[in-house]
Write a protein that binds this ligand. Structure first.
Ligand code: SF4
Length: 513
């Protein structure tokens, strides 16, 4: 497995050309993983989900910074499974390690032990590309005029191609395809001090992003002016902690302080915390898919608990689309909360009609149709004794391509369900995301090309209903006076909160790529 350990003056390292991944030649290194949320590498889809891109974690002022980062990243593993990394700072000297794979695979006692220092930033990454690239694993570490700079991010810059071209015309040479490197160049070229240079760089960016930046004496956290991607701040004793989700705080025993606000930049140094802005808050537009599917149910975003909001989505779905049935079941794990809500609202019993096998682990497969079918069955089973002879309401959080929905409906029918009514706890997913979520080409989004009735037929359901946009906003229950109650709903309504030059923007990539 290619990986790297570096200390001191930092430069990006690359796996030697042609180096094998996990013992396989690069062309053979196709895998899907054992986690429900982020399946596969985008080429051989088994589960039909839009994909989260990344998770970030940071510590400032704790002697066990790297160990805390390890546990924090482990809690954020669902946000990206392809690669991960931690960079620590020991009296201004950076130590970092990055590798391909899960946090528990990439780090061991020895590697963590080498990451000394009282501050650290870490990252888990989901790949949007067909191949696994260590070069794109984060944190990325650069040298600039005042020393070393480590950067990790979650999200996507809509105008990255424009800025990259401009910088190249001015002589910049890029070593990666990463948006993050573009930020580093913007910072490095500025004659101003670091904080002002970072502010100037962020002011040029359009997109959805949460950043952590570490220098020899500072840690900086920032969110885009619309707040697409979540980022929270907490305390552990005297230390400050940052994470993509609050579930990471629970893991390390940190106390939640607050969400980083859109357009805000938080600076930590020897003088403590400075709370500043690099841009006024624009229309707040937190990614609705974080609430629907991506974030862990035990996390809170803007103090709204994900499990509770998903339950409300299920209740709302029941109000909008009651159907007489014998049992309600949810596609595990992310749809269980909504299924419980649907069952509570209708009085139809919630049952475990579908079971996820948690122990499939990382499995190498060939992308043949037969093995894809087996792959689904390895991961998900219908419980025959529960569904046999029953009219089943099957709750799922989204339909992207429609391929998995068909397999699961058929799985329930094969197990003896007499009717399968599908209820989706989000509106039809019709448009690509430009803010850091990996979505297929629009022509592959089933709701973009088919009516609801055509989708129903395509997935072999007896009935099909998608939660309304208003129902979704009501269920999440965000800011009443804000447009869309503070949510981004662009993948449902094509109303993008930022300027998007569609011909230039990368709809299926993210800053992590
Ligand atoms: S377009 Fe959809 S997936 Fe992308 S940020 Fe908006 S709600 Fe989230």
């Amino acid at each position: 497995m290619p990986d790297e350990v570096k200390s001191g003056t930092a430069r990006l390292a690359y796996p030697p050309s042609g180096q094998a991944l996990g013992g396989l030649a690069p062309s053979e290194a196709r895998f899907w993983t054992g986690d429900y949320y982020n399946e596969g590498n985008g080429q051989e889809e088994i589960f039909d989900k839009a994909k989260e891109e990344c998770g970030v974690f940071g510590v400032f002022g704790h002697p066990d910074a790297a160990n805390l980062s390890y546990y924090g990243l482990h809690a954020l593993q669902h946000r990206g499974e392809e690669s991960c990394g931690i960079c620590s700072s020991e009296d201004g000297t950076f130590h970092y390690h990055r590798g391909m794979g899960l946090v528990k695979e990439v780090f061991d006692r020895e590697r963590l032990g080498a990451l000394k220092g009282d501050r650290a930033i870490g990252h888990v990454r989901y790949s949007t590309s067909g191949s696994s690239k260590l070069a794109n694993a984060q944190p990325l570490v650069f040298k600039y005029r005042d020393g070393d700079l480590a950067v990790c991010t979650n999200g996507n810059l809509v105008n990255e191609p424009v800025i990259r071209r401009e910088l190249e015309e001015q002589g910049s040479i890029f070593q990666t395809s990463s948006d993050t490197e573009v930020i580093a160049h913007l910072i490095a070229r500025s004659p101003k001090d670091l904080v002002e240079a970072v502010k100037d760089a962020f002011a040029r960016l359009i997109g959805g992003y949460a950043f952590l930046i570490m220098t020899k004496d500072r840690l900086i956290a920032a969110c885009d002016p619309n707040g697409f991607r979540p980022l929270v701040m907490g305390r552990l004793g005297d230390a400050y902690i940052f994470a993509s989700e609050t579930c990471a705080f629970e893991t390390i025993g940190a106390e939640y302080v607050r969400d980083v606000q859109p357009g805000e930049i938080l600076i930590l140094d020897k003088n403590g915390l400075r709370e500043e802005r690099f841009a006024p808050m624009e229309r707040r537009a937190v990614c609705a898919m974080e609430y629907i599917y991506f974030a862990r149910p035990d996390s809170d975003i803007n103090q709204i608990n994900l499990h509770s909001s998903r339950k409300r989505m299920g209740r709302q779905l029941a109000l909008e689309s009651f159907v007489d049935a014998d049992i309600v079941t949810g596609v595990p794990d992310s749809s269980i909360s909504a299924a419980i809500g649907y069952a509570e609202q209708t009085g139809i019993p919630y049952e475990l009609g579908l079971i996820k096998n948690k122990y499939t682990g990382r499995t190498f497969i060939q992308p043949s149709q037969e093995l894809r079918e087996k792959g689904v069955k390895m991961k998900l089973s219908a419980v025959r004794k529960v569904v046999e002879g029953k009219r089943v309401v099957m709750i799922d959080d989204s339909i992207v391509r429609g391929t998995t929905s068909l397999r699961i409906v058929n799985m329930l029918r094969e197990a003896g369900a007499t009717e399968v009514h599908v209820r989706i706890s989000s509106p039809p997913f019709m448009n690509p995301c430009y803010y850091g979520i990996d979505t297929p080409n629009p022509k592959d989004l089933i709701a973009n090309t088919k009516t609801v009735e055509e989708i129903r037929k395509a997935i072999n359901a007896d009935s099909l209903y998608f939660l309304s946009k208003n129902g979704l906003m009501e269920a999440v229950g965000g800011h009443e006076n804000e447009k869309n109650r503070g949510l981004c709903l662009s993948c449902f309504d094509h109303d993008y909160p930022t300027k998007v030059q569609f011909e230039l923007a990368k709809a299926t990539s993210c800053s992590c790529d």
